[in-house]
Structure formats: structure tokens, C-alpha cells
Design a protein around this ligand. Structure first.
Ligand code: GSH
Length: 206
């Protein structure tokens, strides 16, 4: 049985949950992180010395780092679809997974943390606005990529869409001004029609 540790409002946990739901892989989820604690117990640190979520245990195989986890799960359960054999499509999906972590998330994180996880009287309005502008700038790159394809790595959903799809939900759901990005909007609308995305990712921001 696959066990997933992590609260379901975490972007990195949602990547794993959405991936499992797409592949209809059964799992047991244990709340951990933030208000749930657990991550600082010696037992959890034995599994994941970073004290972060998610962590999985798949019949005795322990793994952390959300992108590594979904690569592993897709290779095990959905080799030809979410993680295609075609080397160029796979590498492109991989590129966008890294881009979510190194460009998109650093851009949007201050905005998300500021508006959702910080009390109004403690917010840094300037950092929030800078982050809103930076995110819009970065997302133009994604919009351009999606101009000629339905999903980031081609015409079908791959792992490349999963980290991005979790992050874009936050951008769409935040109470902010957004520039028009028609290709991002079309791609988001197609994700929003997927039952697995709806149940795993489109949760109220908290
Ligand atoms: N690079 C790691 C980052 C993991 C991470 O930062 N997780 C956050 C939640 S999104 C966390 O554990 N925060 C502390 C907590 O929830 O207690 C991954 O992708 O899995």
C-alpha cells in the first residue's frame, strides 16, 4: 500500500495526490506538516531528514521530493502516458517540472504566502506587489509555450503539467489583478475539467 505523508493544502503534496488520482492508484494519506506537526518527530525525520512534506512509503521504499515522487509513480504505473517514452517529450516535461520549481514558484511564493498565510496587519504590501508583477512576467513564458500545444510538453497531459497545474491554481484563485494570458487560461480550463485535478488541487487556498 502506498502511504503519502502530507497535508492536502500543500502544493507539493497536491502534485502527488493529483498524479495518483490521474492514474487511479490507491493510497493512504496521513496529515503532516504545518498545524498537523509530525514532521519534527524522530520517526518522520528518519523517513525524511528535511522535515518537509510530502514523503511516500511504497511497500517499504521511502522517497521524498515531490517531483522525484511523481516521476517514480508515473514510471511505475503509467509509463507511456504521463511519462512518455518519447525522449524529447519526456525531457520537455522534465524541463517544465524544473521551471515550476526554479522560476514560477519563487516568483509567486511571496504573493501566495503574503495573501494566504500572513495576517493582514503583518503583510509586506511592496513584496506582495513585486511578486504579483514578477509572476505575471514569468507566466508570459508559459503562455508562449502553450500557444502551439494543448499541454506544456505536447498535445497530451504529462508530468510536465502537474507541478505547473498545482501552481497555476493558486494564481487563478488569489484575489489579485491578472493580465490576460489566453493560452494559460485555455490550458487551465482544460485542467479544471479533469476530475482528478478538481478533487486534488482545486481546494480553497489555505
Ligand atoms: N522540494 C520539496 C519542497 C517540500 C516543501 O517545501 N514542502 C512544504 C509544503 S509545500 C513543507 O513541508 N513545509 C513545512 C510544513 O508543511 O510543515 C518538494 O518538492 O517536495
Amino acid at each position: 500500500m502506498l502511504v503519502i505523508w502530507g497535508r492536502n493544502n500543500s502544493i507539493n503534496v497536491q502534485k502527488v495526490l493529483w498524479c495518483c488520482e490521474e492514474m487511479a492508484v490507491g493510497y493512504k494519506r496521513i496529515d503532516a506538516g504545518a498545524a498537523f506537526g509530525v514532521v519534527n518527530t524522530p520517526e518522520y525525520r528518519n523517513l525524511n531528514p528535511n522535515g518537509l512534506v510530502p514523503t511516500i512509503d511504497d511497500d517499504g521504499f521511502v522517497l521524498w521530493e515531490s517531483n522525484a515522487i511523481i516521476r517514480y509513480l508515473a514510471a511505475k504505473h503509467a509509463a507511456a502516458s504521463l511519462w512518455p517514452d518519447d525522449l524529447w517529450i519526456r525531457a520537455s516535461a522534465d524541463q517544465w517540472m524544473d521551471w515550476q520549481q526554479t522560476m514560477f514558484w519563487p516568483a509567486i511564493r511571496p504573493l501566495f504566502m503574503g495573501l494566504i498565510r500572513t495576517a493582514p496587519d503583518k503583510r509586506d504590501a511592496r513584496a506582495i506587489e513585486e511578486s504579483r508583477l514578477k509572476t505575471a512576467e514569468v507566466l508570459r513564458i508559459l503562455d508562449s509555450q502553450l500557444k502551439s500545444r494543448g499541454y506544456v510538453a505536447g498535445d497530451a497531459l504529462t508530468l510536465g503539467d502537474i507541478p505547473l497545474g498545482c501552481a497555476i491554481w493558486r494564481w487563478m484563485a488569489l484575489p489579485i489583478d491578472r493580465p490576460e494570458l489566453p493560452n494559460v487560461q485555455r490550458w487551465f480550463d482544460s485542467l479544471a475539467r479533469r476530475p482528478a485535478y478538481k478533487t486534488s488541487v482545486m481546494l480553497p487556498l489555505s
